[in-house]
Design a protein around this ligand. Structure first.
Ligand SMILES: NC(=O)c1ccc[n+]([C@@H]2O[C@H](COP(=O)([O-])OP(=O)(O)OC[C@H]3O[C@@H](n4cnc5c(N)ncnc54)[C@H](O)[C@@H]3O)[C@@H](O)[C@H]2O)c1
Length: 259
């Protein structure tokens, strides 16, 4: 189940948290992985782990907001492994400390939209051009904050945008006769560096333990997520086991949005 043998996958933000776990899961499932990150050292670390486990991967430096770099990343993927058939648009930043629209700046709004939404558009645009000949699966990491409010206007808007961008492209690819599926994934709070950093700026909690306990209350399942919970869902969507799933949203949130 969920094997992706022979598939070539690009994972953005693959140096940390969900991107790292996803890169490792896809490699363990038989894929050859191009791990990209603006933090090149982090991407190399993920690739080292994959290789130690007998998997195949390369690391590339990439700022996902740079359109020219997208073209280069795809080109290097093709020349190293061949045509990519999986893209995971995972790189993102949080909107912590930007809940108050009246005190926020347009620059702060643009920075979040640029990485969390504009870059997903760029990745999809370039990947579809490559994938349309032989098909593929694009998985865009949105959030529960793309479904319900609670993370500040820019983060909510960016992740809501990813949700509908994915549906729009799923319909486009279908109408064009491309065998490309596009889906979004909506994690609840996952105990990654991005979430742990909330403790540093929060006015409500002062330690990571307090943060964990406060977030726990919102997850009926009784724990926060770990990156592997999301990686498993992404691997399913990347695999042919999900071949009838497109334009869909996979919520992996321990019941957060069920309340
Ligand atoms: N952790 C959560 O609770 C949670 C919940 C819902 C959604 N998400 C989403 O999941 C994704 C991954 O989050 P995470 O928790 O693993 O975060 P993380 O901070 O642990 O990892 C994010 C990675 O993205 C990279 N990155 C940041 N900006 C980049 C850029 N411009 N170009 C390329 N790479 C860049 C970082 O260097 C880092 O390696 C994000 O899109 C985030 O919004 C996370």
């Amino acid at each position: 189940m969920n094997r992706i043998d022979g598939k070539i996958a690009i994972v953005t933000g693959g140096g940390s948290g969900i991107g790292e776990a996803t890169s490792e899961s896809l490699a363990a499932s038989g894929g050859r992985i191009v791990v990209t990150d603006v933090d090149e050292e982090a991407a190399i670390h993920t690739v080292d782990i994959i290789r130690q486990r007998g998997g195949e991967a390369i690391a590339l430096h990439q700022d996902v907001t740079d359109e020219g770099r997208w073209a280069e990343v795809i080109e290097t993927t093709v020349s190293t492994y061949g045509r990519p058939s999986v893209l995971v648009n995972n790189a993102g930043i949080s909107g912590v400390g930007q809940d108050n629209i009246e005190e926020s700046t347009f620059e702060q709004w643009r920075a979040i939209m640029n990485i969390n939404l504009d870059a997903v558009y760029l990745g999809c645009k370039h990947a579809i051009g490559q994938m349309k000949a032989e098909g593929g699966s694009i998985v865009n990491i949105s959030s529960i904050m793309g479904i319900v409010a609670g993370a500040g206007p820019a983060y909510n808007a960016s992740k809501g945008g990813v949700r509908l961008l994915s549906k729009s492209l799923a319909v486009y690819c279908g109408n064009q006769g491309y065998n490309i599926r596009v889906n979004s994934v909506h994690p609840g709070f996952i105990w990654t560096p991005m979430v742990r950093r909330i403790a540093e700026t929060s006015e409500e909690v002062s330690t990571e333990d307090e943060l964990y306990e406060s977030l726990l209350l919102r997850h009926p399942i009784g724990r926060l997520g770990v990156a592997e919970d999301i990686a498993k869902g992404v691997t399913f969507l990347a695999s042919d086991d999900s071949s009838f799933i497109t334009g869909s949203e996979l919520v992996i949130d321990g019941g957060y949005t069920a309340v």
